[in-house]
Structure formats: C-alpha cells, structure tokens
Design a protein around this ligand. Structure first.
Ligand code: ADP
Length: 463
C-alpha cells in the first residue's frame, strides 16, 4: 500500500439536525432504551435518528424508501446509519430480520455518490462480502431498490454458476460489488486481475461473516486501501470473531440491539425431547397445525436426510422441495424463488443452504435434526419472526443428542422463552453423568462461540 498513491476521499457526511442536537444525554439514553435497548461501545457515537430525513440521504433514496414501504428506520438502522454516515468503522449486532442490510447500504450510497465517477476499467468503490450465495443475492436485490434510481451499477459475484456472465457484467463497470469470498478470490486472480481492481474501494461491508472463510476474507481485505471505511454486521458475534474485527477495523463503534446472539422475541420456541422413530408423525401433526398459515422450513443435518425426508413428505401428500449443497445452482435459485413467491410453501433444507434466507410469510421453522451449536440454532430460528411478524420454531432433540441440550437451553433462556422441564432434566442427568465420569462439559458454547462447523460440501457451497 505504501507504493500506491490513493486518491483522498471524504468519509464524514453527517450533519446532525437541530431536533437531535437539542436532545439531552438523558433523553438520548431513554430513546436508545425505547429502540429495543441499543447499547453503544466506543467514543463519539452520534445520537440515534428518528426519521429517514434526519440521516441526510437524497430525495431519490427517500422516494425509494417510501416506494418500498420502509416507513421509518428500525432500531439498528436508527443508530448505525448516523454512525456510518459520520465516517466511523462499525460493528453492528442485531437479531435476524431487523434490517441490517439497509443500515449499511444507505450510508454506502452517500459515500459512492460523493466520489468522482468511475472511469472505464476502474473497479468498484464499494465491496460487500457475505458468506453464501443466497445472502449475496438477497443483498443485491435490496441494493438494486436504491442503486437503480441513483444510476449506480451492482454486480453480484458468487460461485456455483458460470463465471463468464459475471465477468461480462463486471466489464461494463460497477460501483458496487456484492460477493462471496471464494468467487471474489477467483475473480481477482483471473486474467492477472484484469476483471476487478480494488484500487478505488473505499467502503467495505461484511455481513454475517463468521469464522468461515477467514483466510479468503482476509486476503481480500488486505488488498483494500488501509484508510477505507469498514463495517461489519451480524446477528451473532462470537468472541472468537473479535480478533479478526480488531485487525480490520479502525477505532470502531460497537452497536448492539438487544442481547448478543438472541432469538427474536417474536419467535415462539418449542423444544421436544422425542424418540427418532416418532419424529415423522410429530412433524405431520405440527405441519397440520401451521401449514395453512404460511410457509415452512424443515432443517435437517445432511443432504441425504433432506432427500429422504422430502420423499416421505411427498408420500404423505405434502408438496415439498429440498434445498442443499448437492443441488446445482440454477435449480437452487429457482427453488428459492418458488419458495419466496409462495409457489411452494414447504421446504426441507440444510443449515447453510437456507442461511440468511428472508421470506416474509415464513411462519414455522422445524429443526428436524437438532442444531449442533448455539449460533446455528439462533440463525435457523431467525428465519421466521421477521420484520415484526409472529413465527414459531420447533426443535426435535433425541436422547442421544443430549450434548446439544445445553446450547438450546441457553438460547431459550436468553430470549426469555420457557425451558421445557424434560429438556432441563435431560441436560441435568447428562451433566451429572459427565461429572461422575470426570469429564468436563464442552457443550453450551454460548457467547464464546465455537463457530460454524460445515462438512466439506457445505463449506464449498458457502464459497
Ligand atoms: P437482517 O439482515 O437484519 O436479517 P434484512 O436486512 O434482511 O434483515 O431485513 C429484513 C426484512 O425487513 C427485509 O425484507 C427488508 O426489506 C425489511 N426492512 C428493512 N428495513 C426496514 C424498515 N425500515 N421498515 C420496514 N421493513 C424493513
């Protein structure tokens, strides 16, 4: 970087409106509490805004917000937008479905519009990175709602589909690239870096990036100018991520809405201790109850289980689709489309394939196989109860999966949900037994975060 002369650019666009300027510290604290208990770490964070107009975005953006029914900022948006607008690096933690995408998109547009236009062959001004293709496509879609009226170009760079179409799009020029790390690395390396140059990137956003792909992520970040603005958003922020965060952020503010890594209170959570051979009948019973009310995702642990359950459900006259890493990208896109537009309302999926999926009419999540760690549970349950809608999550746990019970109990407790006595009992007897055998209990990772564990196919899929 010392050899490159980067163009100077402006980061701070924020002008506090008089209405906010006159708020006292007490009033600000009370308002933050009202916004689902926002906490802020770090010095010099602007006050949270109350309306879109107060964050200083252009008329075009205001019109687009109105057009898409975004009446007012959600809590994370209210606090994160002025902070990013004022040029700060940021860690934003808020439950799934709370509008984190727009929290970094709006300041990013302001940032891009302030810079000189791209010349031919110049690379993007803004890069958004996220672990899976589905998330990348979702962010791209949200981005286009605003980039189109602003006359900005977005390209989504993700693996699994042919690279040539993405290259063609990149050649036409793009101010914004939304990418998954694996494909981005391929793209940067291809044709001696002719397709994408990072010399003009001044704004970097990471969404839902956990420990996975750290190596690729770091390689990309290290190629972006050191005085860039970097923001990270996620529903969970395991402590293990902090080392990475410290390396890539400069004097960041940390903004958190609600507790760290918690299932949204709009999700009613049920956990059933159940025998393996009783699960299917129970599932049918639950489906009978909810299927009329909205869409349903059933999570399983492995691809082959997804296909097996799909067959059984079809036999039981439930029209159904399955989504996992073994299905080719083209089919996966159309499956997700059918699920989002309600053409099919029942889906069996593995965790990674459905991670971050935003489907408003999703009423029910069933963990047919128990999630094997805390964060996975939170992310799966977070597929429902989005944008203020009520949702339900059912989790099956068999006695031989008792080692996961601690994490589930923790998730229930932290989100204020009752813990079923039989689950508590199961966990207590497991702990006693472990103690008697002189073993330490490794479960209940809680906030220390063990990180996501993917099998190999899923890991490739995430890239
Ligand atoms: P997260 O990233 O926090 O999981 P998303 O950014 O995907 O959440 O947003 C969840 C849903 O809420 C999306 O469908 C999005 O369009 C919608 N949304 C975002 N901001 C607002 C807002 N201010 N008002 C209403 N809906 C919103």
């Amino acid at each position: 970087h010392t050899k490159i002369q980067y163009e100077p650019y402006r980061k701070n666009f924020y002008v506090e409106v008089p209405e906010l300027a006159k708020m006292t510290t007490e009033e600000v604290n009370a308002y933050r509490l009202e916004l689902e208990g926002i906490t802020v770490k770090g010095k010099g964070c602007p006050k949270p805004i109350k309306t879109w107009v107060q964050c200083g975005v252009s008329m075009k953006i205001l019109n687009a917000l109105k057009k898409h029914g975004y009446e007012k900022p959600t809590p994370i948006q209210a606090q994160a937008i002025p902070a990013i607008m004022s040029g700060r690096d940021l860690i934003g933690i808020a439950k799934t479905g709370s509008g984190k995408t727009i929290a970094f998109l709006l300041p990013m547009f302001r940032h891009i519009m302030d810079q000189r236009p791209l010349e031919e062959s110049e690379g993007p001004i803004s890069v958004i990175m996220t672990p899976t293709r589905e998330l990348a496509l979702q962010i791209t879609k949200e981005c286009k709602k605003f980039s189109k009226p602003l006359g900005l170009r977005v390209v989504c760079v993700y693996g699994g589909t042919g690279i040539s179409e993405q290259i063609a799009e990149l050649k036409r020029g793009a101010e914004i690239i939304v990418c998954t790390p694996g494909r981005m690395i391929d793209m940067l390396g291809a044709n001696s870096g002719e397709f994408i140059t990072l010399g003009r990137v001044a704004s970097l956003s990471l969404k839902d990036i956990m420990q996975i792909c750290t190596f690729d992520v770091m390689r990309i970040i290290d190629n972006v100018r050191p005085d860039r603005q970097t923001v990270m958003f996620s529903a969970t922020f395991p402590r293990a991520m902090e080392a990475l965060a410290r390396r890539i952020l400069s004097k960041p503010l940390e903004i958190q809405v609600g507790g760290r890594s918690v299932v949204c209170s709009d999700v009613e959570q049920h956990v059933l201790v159940i025998d393996e051979d009783k699960k299917f009948l129970k599932l049918l019973e639950i489906l009978g109850h909810y299927q009329e009310k909205g869409s349903v995702i059933i999570f399983v642990d492995k691809q082959e289980h997804a296909d097996g359950l799909l067959k059984d459900l079809m036999k039981a006259s439930y029209p159904c689709m399955s989504l996992h890493g073994g299905i080719d990208q083209y089919d996966r896109d159309s499956i997700i489309n059918d699920f989002k537009n309600g053409a099919c309302r029942l889906m069996v999926a593995t965790s990674v394939a459905a991670r971050g999926l935003d489907v408003k009419q999703l009423i029910l999540v069933v963990n047919y196989n128990c999630p094997n760690h805390y964060e996975d549970y939170v992310h799966r349950a977070g597929r429902t109860g989005r944008a203020g809608n009520k949702g339900y999550a059912y989790t099956f746990i068999t006695e031989d999966q008792v080692r996961y019970a601690g994490d589930i109990i923790k998730a229930l407790e932290l989100s204020g949900s009752p813990v079923p006595p039989e689950l508590e009992q199961l966990w207590a007897s497991f702990k006693d037994q472990q103690k008697a055998e002189g073993k330490t209990i490794k479960s209940s990772s809680g906030f220390s975060g063990k990180g996501f564990k993917f099998d190999e196919t899923e890991h490739a899929l995430a890239n």
